[in-house]
Design a binder for this molecule. Structure first.
Ligand SMILES: [Zn+2]
Length: 437
């Protein structure tokens, strides 16, 4: 015989059964203004009809003109609407802290995965409906959980394990003592470490097997790796070419982390899609990138963050500290030069270095570096979609994914408005609404 469920349990069951975010079939967004990511202009009031996760129509003027019987009306009439943003460089599986290095020995992958759930939600709530995760084994799994509606987060384009060379930035055994190194043995292409053109092919194919969406290489040393040089080239040009050619077979694009000039030049010559950080980018490399249409993703936020933390005693190991101080401080300056030189720039923060959820601050840093606010917003919308190679996001237009956000102010008038995200919709589902503030 079934016993009646106590009221409190019934209430709890109803609460648990409620979907985490509400999806309606059709909604009409009444926007006070709308950023056109194609022209870079802020337009007047618009009504956007969203049906089954896609934009159906975009109508200038009063919402009455877009009246749809039975649709849910969402009042954004005091807000500035725009396409959801894309951060092209995040690491959702981690976030730096003074404990990061020792945690490498103590945490299990599942610990990183639980943390990543929180980081993903923060990122989405900050207005980022898409990210490219450039390194970390958690991301392909997190992507699937988000797509299945189990976890709240942005759409993820995941690199999975970054590809490095022995001792290079992203060799997972850097900094181990001799006994552990001996026990584990030298990592190979399966672990994302290559030392020949054959290894390079195998490493890309392994990423395919693991479900990556994009390939990441570390063409030079890096700031946070437990190694001395942040600039030295760490791949031969042949090795990079082998990565790029194999990647092409699988429809993958390649993102190259690079601080030093020579490594950057080799990566651009070999045909990568984007250069990440680009700290010591010379005028020559800038010219080459302009000619080849190679994108630059500056990650100013990470530079400023590590330069600041380098001043704190004990935040970084001593081998990392001078690199953080020198490289970090330079990135914003390089972004300014690259913008003036006409290098195509797209938006990325390297979050996971800085705190997840603070991504939009990059816009403010880009404007400080001399980019007009409209171009900074284009870098995270229409240009980011181009870098990803996707055609159905980055704009609010019929047929596009309904990734729409709204801010409390007009960022073209005051860029600080990017920190005031009031509404977030991804694939037609509302994750943040103005009433819920
Ligand atoms: Zn990174």
């Amino acid at each position: 015989m079934r016993r009646p469920m106590p009221a409190i349990l019934a209430a709890l069951a109803a609460l648990l059964a409620a979907p985490a975010a509400h999806a309606v079939e059709t909604s009409v967004l009444e926007c006070g203004s709308l950023f056109d990511s194609r022209s870079g202009r802020m337009l007047g009031p618009h009504a956007i009809v969203v049906r089954d996760g896609r934009v159906e129509s975009v109508t200038a003027g009063t919402p009455a003109e877009a009246a749809v019987p039975g649709a849910e009306r969402i009042d954004l009439s005091t807000l500035a609407c725009m396409p959801g943003w894309t951060d092209l460089h995040v690491h959702l599986g981690s976030q730096s802290s003074p404990q990061s290095y020792s945690e490498g020995f103590r945490l299990d992958p599942v610990d990183h995965a639980f943390r990543a759930v929180g980081y993903a939600e923060k990122t989405l709530m900050a207005g980022f409906t898409s990210v490219r995760d450039l390194g970390g084994e958690v991301a392909p799994h997190l992507r699937d959980a988000i797509n299945q509606g189990l976890v709240k987060g942005p759409r993820i384009f995941a690199a999975g394990k970054s590809i490095a060379t022995t001792g290079g930035h992203a060799d997972p055994t850097n900094g181990l003592n001799a006994m552990l190194s001996h026990l584990i043995g030298p990592p190979g292409p399966t672990e994302g470490v290559i030392n020949s053109v054959e290894d390079a092919r195998q490493a890309v194919r392994q990423r395919y097997k693991e479900g990556s969406d994009v390939i990441k290489i570390t063409a030079t040393g890096g700031v946070l790796s437990y190694a001395r040089s942040g600039d030295a080239p760490q791949f031969t040009e042949d090795e990079i070419r082998s990565v790029v050619e194999t990647a092409r077979d699988y429809g993958y694009r390649v993102a190259a982390h690079a601080h030093g000039e020579e490594g950057m030049r080799r990566a651009v010559e070999a045909g990568v899609t984007s250069i990440e950080h680009g700290t010591h980018m010379s005028d020559d490399v800038m010219r080459l990138m302009r000619e080849r249409g190679t994108w630059y993703v500056p990650t100013i936020h990470a530079g400023r963050f590590v330069a600041e933390k380098a001043r704190e005693e004990g935040y970084f190991p001593e081998i990392v500290r001078p690199k953080a101080a020198a490289i970090g401080a330079k990135i914003q300056e390089t972004a300014a030069r690259a913008y003036r030189a006409g290098v195509p720039i797209a938006f990325g923060t390297d979050m996971g270095v800085g705190p997840h959820g603070d991504n939009a601050r990059e816009f403010i840093y880009m404007v400080e570096a001399g980019m007009p606010a409209a171009e900074a917003l284009q870098a995270a919308t229409i240009h980011a979609a181009t870098v990803l190679g996707v055609e159905d996001q980055g704009r609010v237009a019929p047929g596009m994914r309904a990734d729409i956000i709204a801010l409390g102010g007009d960022p073209l008038e005051d860029i600080n408005a990017v920190m005031d995200v009031r509404f977030v919709m991804k694939d037609g589902t509302v994750f943040r609404s103005p009433e819920a503030r």
